[in-house]
Design a protein. Structure first.
Length: 356
C-alpha cells in the first residue's frame, strides 16, 4: 500500500513538473489566442455597417386631397393615419376636404387637386374617382415633377396607373376583386340559391370604387343564377333609407342585401326596421363604429375591411421615402379582410385600437 502511495506521489509530482515546465508556453499561447480574437473583433467592428441615416432636408409639405365626406367616420380614420404619419416623419400634411354639400361632386375634388398642384408641394396624395376627370390635373403634376400617390379610389380596378392617369403608386384595395369575394361569401354565408333576388345598395353612384365593388358582386352571383338589382340611394342616411324602404316594400322576395359602405349599411338596417322586415341578411364593405356594433348585434353578417388608417399613413410614408432617399413608391393593397360575428370579439379590440 505504501509503495502504491509513493508511486502515486511520484506520478503526481511528475505531472506537476510537466505542468510547471509547460506553463509559460500554455500562457503565451492563451495570450496569443486572446490577442487574435480581440483583433478580429475590432476588425469586424470596423467592417460592421452603420445604421443608415436619412439625409438632411428642409420641412417637407404634402397635400392630401380626397372625396371623403367630412362627417363620415371612415374618412376620419384615413385623415388620422395621414396626420399621424406627418408627426412621425416630421412633415407638414395639408388635408384638403370637400364640404358636406360636395360629397359626391367630382369636379369639386378636381378643383382641390388643382389647388394642391398650384402650391407645388413636395408630394400629393389624392383619390381619383373618375377615369377621365382627373387626367389633366395628374398630367400637370407629372409634368411639374410633383410625385403623386393615389389612395382608396383609383381609375382602374387594380389601381395601376395609365398614360391617361399618371401617378406613382396606389394604396388601397382592388375593389373589383373585393366585390367578387364579398359576393362569394354572401352566397355561402346566407345560403343563397339560384333565383334568390339580391339588392345592392349604392349610396354613391358616381364613385368608381363602389361601381367596381358592384361589378364584382354581380360577377360572383349572376353566373350562379342569382339576380342582382342596384338601388341607388345617397350619402344622406335618412333619404337613402327612405329610398331603400320604398323598394323593399314593393319587392318582397328579396333574399339578401349587399351594401357598398357604412352609409349603405345604416340605410339597409334602417329600411328593414322601418318595414318591419326580419330574416333578410346584410353583407357589405368597410368599417365604422356603427358597422362594428351591427356585426356584434347580428344585424350585419359580415363586412370587408380595407383598413383606412393604413391607407392614410402609408400614402404619406411613401412620399416621405421618395423625398428623402429616392425610394420609388409601390402599390400596397391594404384589404380586404373579413370581419364577421365569429371573429369580431377577437379582432374588434384591434380594430378599435387602429382606427379600423
Amino acid at each position: 500500500m505504501r509503495l502504491l502511495g509513493v508511486a502515486a506521489v511520484v506520478v503526481s509530482l511528475g505531472a506537476w513538473f510537466v505542468g510547471v515546465a509547460a506553463g509559460p508556453a500554455f500562457a503565451a499561447s492563451a495570450h496569443h489566442e486572446k490577442s487574435k480574437r480581440a483583433n478580429h473583433e475590432r476588425s469586424a467592428e470596423k467592417k460592421k455597417p452603420k445604421s443608415a441615416k436619412l439625409p438632411k432636408h428642409g420641412k417637407l409639405t404634402y397635400y392630401f386631397v380626397s372625396h371623403g365626406c367630412p362627417t363620415t367616420t371612415f374618412w376620419v380614420n384615413v385623415w388620422n393615419g395621414a396626420e399621424d404619419a406627418g408627426k412621425q416623419f416630421g412633415v407638414n400634411v395639408k388635408i384638403l376636404k370637400v364640404t358636406t354639400a360636395q360629397c359626391t361632386n367630382v369636379s369639386a375634388v378636381v378643383t382641390l387637386l388643382d389647388t394642391a398642384i398650384a402650391a407645388h408641394p413636395d408630394g400629393i396624395v389624392a383619390t381619383v374617382e373618375s377615369p377621365t376627370a382627373f387626367s389633366s390635373a395628374l398630367k400637370t403634376a407629372t409634368h411639374d415633377g410633383i410625385p403623386v400617390v393615389v389612395m382608396n379610389t383609383a381609375p382602374t380596378n387594380t389601381g395601376k396607373p395609365t398614360a391617361t392617369n399618371p401617378y406613382l403608386a396606389y394604396i388601397g384595395q382592388d375593389n373589383y376583386t373585393a366585390g367578387v369575394e364579398a359576393g362569394t361569401e354572401a352566397i355561402k354565408l346566407f345560403h343563397l340559391s339560384r333565383g334568390a333576388p339580391v339588392v345592392i345598395v349604392d349610396h354613391e353612384p358616381t364613385n368608381i370604387s363602389l361601381t367596381a365593388r358592384d361589378k364584382g358582386i354581380e360577377a360572383a352571383m349572376n353566373p350562379a343564377g342569382i339576380p342582382t338589382t342596384v338601388v341607388n340611394t345617397s350619402t344622406t342616411v335618412s333619404s337613402g333609407t327612405s329610398v331603400l324602404s320604398a323598394y323593399l316594400t314593393t319587392h318582397k322576395t328579396v333574399k339578401a342585401i349587399m351594401e357598398l359602405g357604412p352609409t349603405g349599411a345604416q340605410q339597409a338596417v334602417g329600411a328593414l326596421k322601418a318595414d318591419n322586415l326580419k330574416g333578410i341578411p346584410i353583407g357589405g364593405f368597410d368599417l365604422s363604429s356603427t358597422v362594428l356594433s351591427y356585426i356584434k348585434r347580428g344585424l350585419v353578417g359580415f363586412t370587408l375591411d380595407q383598413q383606412p388608417y393604413l391607407q392614410g399613413y402609408y400614402s404619406v410614408e411613401e412620399l416621405f421615402l421618395k423625398s428623402t432617399v429616392g425610394a420609388a413608391p409601390v402599390t400596397i393593397y391594404t384589404g380586404p379582410a373579413f370581419l364577421t360575428p365569429k371573429n369580431v370579439k377577437k379582432l374588434g379590440k384591434f380594430v378599435t385600437l387602429t382606427g379600423y
